[in-house]
Design a protein around this ligand. Structure first.
Ligand SMILES: Nc1ncnc2c1ncn2[C@@H]1O[C@H](COP(=O)(O)OP(=O)(O)O)[C@@H](O)[C@H]1O
Ligand SMILES: [Mg+2]
Length: 340
């Protein structure tokens, strides 16, 4: 059974994370603008929770995952991780500290084929990771590898094989095993089932849920699929154009959705019955370009409830209900649109 998640002391905290990519033009490749892939993301990740990140393609999910894994440095904002004695900044760590961070925070990508060396047996690939993280005893390493293979229902004999000998789903399970072998505290999974057949998707998703319950480790589960996000996550963070517009408990969806964009996303899912509790929102127009994002609320150009303040002032995440830090929303509306 999973333990109660305590929403008071985050394991990992992102504050005001920005990532701007330069846009260059002309023969001199001068900077002519910026893609604001992330424009001030706030996110707290707690021990033992799976937080799903949803949003349309291009809203910045992968960029956020890469920032959290510190595979790239943010242009602005702070990332702090609790190594055991309180939150500590993780950007610009020295080599020893960075290794300590990488042992705790791991990332898995959509296509694990690119993350396994095609000429290396998968067992050796996992073994290498353990060596990098300082496990000197080969027997100890082998028992760790065996343990992680069992967790993903993979036979130990398969470790002698090469990556191309596996199916997409098997490779993804091996990628998970490789992460688990170093016993991380947080795994960031970016669209890891999106390229798989539906039946295999379900298998991997159930496996992740089981691993999460048994180990109590935290997951950031990035997906564009609302139903999957809801099934896997304890909470859901909804992104729109480079920012998180709402973070809400998954269990009470769709009734608890407050942000008009969240409601619009749910309205587009056939079996997500809003039951007349919330007015359905059918989105008009296109997502604005992150090169030329609206000032004020990013959603203001498409929101049916837009007010003057939305066009000028960017709403910050606030508690949706008093004394409940599990649900936050960034919207100027006091109350969500109710009734059909
Ligand atoms: N290296 C890069 N250079 C320039 N723009 C980028 C780069 N990586 C991502 N972007 C842009 O940032 C935005 C967010 O991308 P991404 O994080 O991949 O979104 P998602 O994963 O939600 O589909 C997109 O507009 C994308 O084109
Ligand atoms: Mg992506």
């Amino acid at each position: 059974m999973s333990k109660e998640i305590v929403f008071t002391e985050p394991l990992y905290q992102a504050k005001g994370i920005k990532k701007y990519f330069p846009v260059t033009g002309g023969v001199l490749r001068r900077k002519i603008g910026e893609v604001k892939a992330l424009d001030g993301v706030d996110l707290d990740i707690y021990r033992g929770e799976t937080i799903s990140i949803i949003g349309e393609s291009g809203c910045g999910k992968t960029t956020l995952g890469r920032m959290l894994a510190v595979l790239q440095k943010p242009t602005g904002g702070e990332l702090s991780f609790d190594f055991g004695d309180g939150l500590k900044n993780v950007v610009g760590l020295n080599r020893t500290e960075e290794l300590a961070f990488r042992r705790r925070v791991q990332m898995i990508f959509q296509d694990p084929y690119t993350s396994f060396n095609p000429r290396q047996r998968v067992g050796a690939a996992i073994d290498e990771v353990l060596q990098v993280h300082g496990m000197k005893d080969p027997e100890e390493r082998f028992s760790r590898i065996k343990e992680s293979c069992e967790m993903v229902n993979m036979r130990v004999e398969y470790l002698q094989r090469y990556p191309h000998e596996f199916s997409g789903g098997q490779r993804q399970r091996l990628a998970i095993a490789r992460c688990l072998a170093i016993r991380p505290e947080l795994i960031i999974a970016d669209e890891i089932v999106s390229a798989l057949d539906v039946s295999i998707q379900a298998q991997i998703i159930n496996l992740l849920r089981q691993i999460q319950r048994e180990t109590g480790l935290s997951f950031v589960f990035i997906t564009h699929d609302v139903a999957v996000a809801r099934y896997v996550g304890h909470r859901i963070a909804v992104m729109y154009l480079g920012s998180v517009v709402e973070i809400l408990p998954a269990g009470a969806l769709p009734e608890n959705a407050e942000h008009p964009y969240t409601i619009a996303l749910l309205s587009a899912v056939p079996d997500m019955n809003l039951q007349g509790k919330k007015k359905e929102i059918v989105l008009q127009g296109e997502v604005p370009s992150p090169i030329d994002a609206p000032s004020g609320c990013a959603f203001s150009t498409r929101c049916p409830y837009v007010m003057d303040i939305c066009k000028t002032t960017r709403p910050v995440l606030r508690l949706a209900y008093e004394a409940d830090s599990s649900h936050q929303v960034a919207c100027h509306l006091e109350k969500p649109p109710i009734g059909a």
